[in-house]
Ligand binder design. Sequence first.
Ligand SMILES: NC(=O)c1ccc[n+]([C@@H]2O[C@H](COP(=O)([O-])OP(=O)(O)OC[C@H]3O[C@@H](n4cnc5c(N)ncnc54)[C@H](O)[C@@H]3O)[C@@H](O)[C@H]2O)c1
Length: 293
Amino acid sequence: LEVRFDGQVAIVTGAGGGLGRSHAIGLAARGAKVLVVDVGADVDEVVDGINASGGEALGSSTDVTDFGAVHTAVDAVFRHWGRVDVLVNNAGILRDKSFAKMDMADFQKVMDVHLMGSVHFTKAVWGIMRQQNYGRIVMTSSSSGLYGNYGQSNYGSAKAAMLGLMNTLHLEGEKYDIRVNMLMPTAATNMTRGLLTPADEQLLTPESITPGVLFLASPEAPSRVILSAGAGSFARVIVLETAGIYLPESQRTPEGIAEAFHKISDPTSAVSVATAFAQIEKLVTLTRTSIGR
Ligand SMILES: NC(=O)c1ccc[n+]([C@@H]2O[C@H](COP(=O)([O-])OP(=O)(O)OC[C@H]3O[C@@H](n4cnc5c(N)ncnc54)[C@H](O)[C@@H]3O)[C@@H](O)[C@H]2O)c1
């Protein structure tokens, strides 16, 4: 089945360059009207390129950290094109420092752009998507958030927080056919300049990642999926909880837990847990079956 976005409206933040630019061009090439948002890079090159090749795009220099401005931009798009089907939260910055040397202002700034920027645009489109009973939202996370990276406590915190945002919005959006997914990309862009070997840079193009975003934003998209993507390779991150063990009161001590820790950690029969309540159910069921009531 061909993935198309004809008649759909998409917003891509941080789309003046790097990954966002590639996603905007990719969405437009498959029929979406695209709002290209970027505060730091020139959006005209991207907008003009899309319009020159038969697509339809508008530019906006909205700063994702300014909720008022984000609302105004989304309202304007909605008035102009009548819908908002796809949101790709992609805008980002880095302020790397070891935690010992990190200024709180740099921590806050990175949280504001990555986390609150994503929250702002998502909040501004949420009512529209609920009303039209359709929406596809892609968060741009990072391996720094899910796995950690030296010098990126601020960035990693913001990127991991998106996981919590996605999980809950997936549940709250379900009945309105709003699907929320997360991309974990790795690419040669301004952000990674000087960190990669020239040979890897050639493979790690933004264009090699965009098909993953188009899939996550498509009508047939899954929901609550974390897609790892780079250099044309794709993988899925799956969060699992081990089956666990019940500890009777006599062993329910720090020492008992230390002794049982290898069993608690045994990944055999680990499961994906659907909601916070499902965790309660899982643990209580384990206890009930273990004690026989
Ligand atoms: N490049 C990678 O390897 C990599 C890895 C993991 C995650 N990411 C994420 O992918 C996204 C895109 O990054 P990229 O690599 O293309 O870098 P990039 O620097 O080329 O693109 C980020 C864009 O966001 C814009 N931006 C920054 N602050 C903004 C704001 N307040 N409002 C609006 N726009 C703003 C910048 O001007 C820039 O054009 C980021 O969220 C980044 O964290 C990138």
